[in-house]
Design a protein around this ligand. Structure first.
Ligand code: URA
Length: 240
């Protein structure tokens, strides 16, 4: 591919900015300064911009600890998105896998792998998603039983549906509030909040801590992200 496309695909700048950077001798290929934007390069070449090596990756996978107050979208005119938080350079065709509400924190996978996105989100696959939540109200064993049986959701947030059985674990329940972990097999719109509303309680804080084989990395502060390891990618890919 052309040198300017190589750099633009990896989010190093716009094609015109990169052409100008190349003219100004800011780009090297395999240690040599290059002045021709149309030079043919491959992912095996070592390309630097301002001394920083830009690796070409066809697929990228990032694990983000999404902070509250940011929307799960690729771009938005008014509000900050999870893609705005991802440090550059990164591919320009990345998107978040599934959606967390603006006020929800936690594990979010960001990739350009459309096949993986489809398999993780397809209702056929029932990929487990685990959430930690704080609840206004004391969660009871009766609630645990109802979640296990599958709760009928019939509210004003969308069409009525019967939720798939969910595993609800009470971490604490006292003085009118609770901490819980819940494992869902699906990802319907606002599902955790709607399940608790259906049993007369309210979610006051929500964080996703796992999705399939991926778990939230405790080293990541809200807003931080890192690339998945080769092993994490392989385990995710091997899931059918
Ligand atoms: N369920 C919710 O209610 N909100 C989320 O962000 C994720 C799951």
């Amino acid at each position: 591919m052309r040198l300017d496309k190589f750099l633009a695909d990896m989010g190093a700048g716009s094609r015109s900015d990169l052409k100008s950077a190349i003219r100004k001798k800011r780009v090297t290929v395999n240690g040599e300064v290059v002045r021709d934007s149309s030079m043919a390069v491959t992912e095996n070449d070592t390309v630097t911009l301002d001394g920083i090596t830009i690796e070409y990756e066809t697929m990228q996978y990032f694990l983000m600890n999404k902070p509250a107050g940011v929307i799960t979208a690729t771009e938005d005119k008014k509000q900050e998105t999870v893609l705005d938080l991802l440090p550059l350079p990164h591919r320009t065709d990345l998107f978040p896998v599934g959606r967390l509400d603006r006020d929800t924190e936690g594990l979010l996978l960001i990739t350009n792998d459309g096949d993986l996105n489809h398999r993780l989100l397809s209702p056929k696959h029932h990929v487990d998603k685990v959430y930690y939540a704080r609840i206004d109200g004391e969660v009871t064993n009766d609630d645990v039983q109802k979640f296990a049986e599958g709760i009928m959701i019939d509210d004003d947030e969308g069409p009525a549906f019967k939720a798939l059985p969910a595993v609800l674990r009470i971490l604490s329940a006292e003085n009118g509030s609770s901490e819980i972990e819940v494992t869902l097999q699906e990802g319907k719109y606002h599902e955790v909040k709607r399940l608790f509303r259906a049993v007369g309680k309210r979610v006051t804080y929500l964080r996703r801590i796992a999705m399939g084989s991926l778990t939230l990395d405790p080293a990541l502060a809200p807003g931080e992200s890192r690339k998945l390891t080769a092993e994490e990618i392989e385990t995710l890919q091997s899931f059918k």
